[in-house]
Design a protein around this ligand. Structure first.
Ligand code: LLP
Length: 382
């Protein structure tokens, strides 16, 4: 929560920047890891959500594994303190170099997304004299009921091995000498708030577990992916970790003896981050009044890319106000953070917070318009 005392400190700094409330991060991590441990579940942190090293080191300190999608993420995660053996590597397009890096660093598991990739991993592992632990990422064809752009587990997506291809892949696994089959992996999408969706995933997992077990491919590990959504309306509300984990505890077949792991990104880091900016101008338009910030879509692209709505707060002014359209300085009409939203009477120089920006915020920033990348400021340093 951003309190008035901090606002004064924030206002003294050059804007825009990401502000991370590390107490909130620690509380979130403590709840998530506690709720998972109570149910015997393992959690990996999806590094793509936020790879800021300060954040990463704190997360590693809570005993989470790392879920990576590039060679650079793997190296960075290990440098930040995540154990190599508790690091997994997903992604549809792993390059030969990245596979080699992962093998040399001794990661815990590749989440393989195609038969062709399995062959390449086997060949590189053989050349390096290593055995690669591999889980099969299966596309379960389960609808995630979230933003179309961040749905990953249906037939039309590029991700994972489709169920009709599995039989052939199992035959292949019997032949590949440098691969150790560890289990199965799923990830159906992100910002999922309808937890029923995960019940449907459990039903599919139960069917697949039976099918694999009948063929002597009982998985040691089942990685169910991530995707737990947050409340963008209420940035201080904790994600529903207990309810989310309960869906899996209550719906996975009780005969399953595999370890169950999760890959959470947004739910761990979104709430602790805010994009802090200053109002440059308040400008009347034909039908609306624009508040022009010094932060733009280059700092936080989610509204422009997905029509995502982040709560915007004026930290300087209070009271009854009016409706404003909040935009950035970039030469694009989609550089809009909120249309006709209620704010207190707003003036040049006011400090604004765009909330829930700790996941897929700083990491997705760009240098379009030759802007500087946003800096990060941490509550512990104020
Ligand atoms: N595992 C895999 C294989 C993934 O692809 C992802 C996210 C996660 C785990 C973590 O999902 P989370 O718990 O954070 O929902 N840029 C988009 C989100 C893209 C998510 C990509 N994959 C956004 O800003 O909403």
């Amino acid at each position: 929560m951003i309190i008035k005392e901090i606002t004064e400190e924030l206002g003294k700094l050059e804007t825009p920047f990401y502000f991370y409330d590390l107490e909130m991060l620690r509380e979130t991590l403590s709840v998530a890891s506690g709720e998972a441990a109570n149910r015997g579940f393992h959690v990996h942190y999806a590094v793509k959500a936020n790879f800021n090293p300060v954040i990463m080191k704190i997360i590693a300190g809570y005993g989470f594994g790392a879920d990576c999608v590039s060679g650079n993420e793997i190296e960075h995660a290990i440098e930040c303190g995540f154990p190599a053996g508790n690091t997994v590597f997903a992604g549809v397009g792993k390059s030969d170099n990245e596979i080699e890096t992962a093998l040399r660093l001794g990661i815990g598991c590749f989440n393989a997304e195609s038969a062709a990739e399995l062959e390449v991993i086997d060949e590189i592992a053989g050349r390096l004299g290593k055995k690669a632990s591999v889980a099969l990422r299966i596309n379960p064809n389960v609808e995630a009921h979230t933003i179309k752009h961040i749905t990953t587990g249906t037939d039309e997506n590029k991700f994972g091995i489709r169920i009709p291809e599995l039989e052939g892949v199992l035959d292949m696994l019997d032949e590949l000498q440098n691969i150790h089959y560890r289990g199965i992996h799923f990830h159906i999408g992100s910002q999922i708030t309808d937890l029923h969706v995960y019940r449907n995933l459990c039903i599919r997992i139960n069917e697949l577990w039976q099918w694999l077990t009948d063929r002597d491919f009982e998985p040691d590990d089942i990685n169910v992916g991530g995707g737990l959504g947050i409340s963008y309306d209420d940035p201080d509300r904790f994600p529903a970790f207990a309810e989310y984990f309960d869906v899996f505890r209550n719906n996975l077949d009780s005969r399953i003896r595999s370890t169950i792991s999760f890959e959470l990104g947004r739910s761990l880091t979104a709430n602790c981050g805010s994009l802090i900016s200053r109002v440059l101008y308040v400008k009347p338009g034909a039908a609306e009044t624009f508040v022009i910030l010094d932060a733009g879509m280059t700092d936080l692209i989610r509204p422009a890319l997905y029509h995502a709505i982040h709560r915007i707060e004026n930290l300087t002014s209070a009271g009854q106000g009016r409706k404003y359209t909040v935009v950035g300085p970039i030469c694009e009409t989609t550089d809009t953070f909120g249309k006709n939203i209620a704010l207190p009477e707003t003036h040049r120089g006011d400090i604004m917070a765009i909330r829930s920006a700790g996941a897929y915020g700083e990491v997705m920033a760009s240098r379009y318009n030759m802007r500087s990348l946003p800096r990060a400021v941490f509550s512990d340093d104020l």
